[in-house]
Ligand binder design. Structure first.
Ligand code: G3P
Ligand code: CA
Length: 252
């Protein structure tokens, strides 16, 4: 985190300008000076974790179908780039590939589990296994952990904290749900993740979290006024689709 100001997290990569969750979006996030990268993960039919937000591939690719019904090879044959940048095809990115980019570029990751019900807990199991395989499940200092797991699902957070106590976790939700601290305490989350819309309504959420020993991760912070709000409140991490301009707003 640079200079004591909020750390900038590139939401789905630099997804304002580049196709979300592609290598071009993740590499642009690094080039634009983001401190960390956020990605969503889903499980393929053959049990690989891939960086995708939606349950199905139609919105962001030239393919069709549910991620959970497709093998990794099927997804790798699809084009996830041209819908945003015509004529610039890009393959799906696996979590392993993103971890390698984070390692070589020295960026942190915020990995969000999405929840195909049919896998019941398998996403978290595979995620913890991947972090262990890459040596990322036991950081020396939790405050400086290379990977933080984030989720709207309390049970997902609880499973990660149980199986990988060295990996910090953030419970996402609206500020009104997170404000009292009970939901985060119940699943042993070290951070809370309110939407910026809900934080505008309840800015006291940040100070209350800090008093309880928790940090705040706010999403998705794309306007100058919201960046200023978060910075003024001392939000530790702000997720944005536009890391470069967010960096320059923070520099003032
Ligand atoms: O970073 C949290 C945020 O990404 C949650 O919403 O729908 O963009 O995954 P969504
Ligand atoms: Ca997300």
């Amino acid at each position: 985190m640079a200079g004591g100001v909020a750390g900038v997290v590139a939401h789905r990569g630099a997804s304002g300008e580049y196709p979300e969750h592609t290598m071009s979006a993740f590499e642009a996030a690094v080039a634009e000076g983001a401190d960390a990268i956020e990605c969503d993960v889903r499980l393929t039919k053959d049990q690989h974790l891939v960086c995708l937000h939606d349950r199905t591939v139609e919105r962001t690719s030239d393919g069709t179908g549910a991620v959970s019904e497709l093998d990794l090879a099927d997804l790798k044959a699809m084009d996830f780039g041209s819908w945003k940048r015509p004529g610039k095809p890009e393959p799906v990115v696996t979590l392993d590939e993103l971890i390698e980019l984070a390692r070589t570029s020295g960026r942190k990751l915020f990995v969000e589990t999405k929840h195909p019900v049919r896998f019941g807990g398998m996403v978290e199991q595979k995620l913890v296994a991947a972090l262990q395989r890459h040596g990322l499940a036991k950081p020396d200092d939790l405050r400086d952990a290379p990977v933080t797991v984030i989720s709207f699902s309390g049970s997902a957070i609880w499973r990660v904290r149980r199986n990988a106590p060295g990996v910090p976790a953030v419970l996402l939700g609206e500020a009104s749900r997170l404000l009292g601290g009970g939901a985060a305490t119940a699943v042993r989350a070290q951070g809370i993740g309110p939407s910026v819309e809900s934080l505008r309504e309840r800015p006291d959420t940040v100070a209350k979290a800090r008093a309880a020993g928790r940090f705040t991760y706010c999403w998705t912070v794309d306007s100058e006024v919201d960046v200023a709000l978060c910075n003024g409140l001392g939000v530790e991490w702000i997720a944005t689709n536009h890391p470069a301009r967010t960096r320059s707003w923070l520099r003032g």
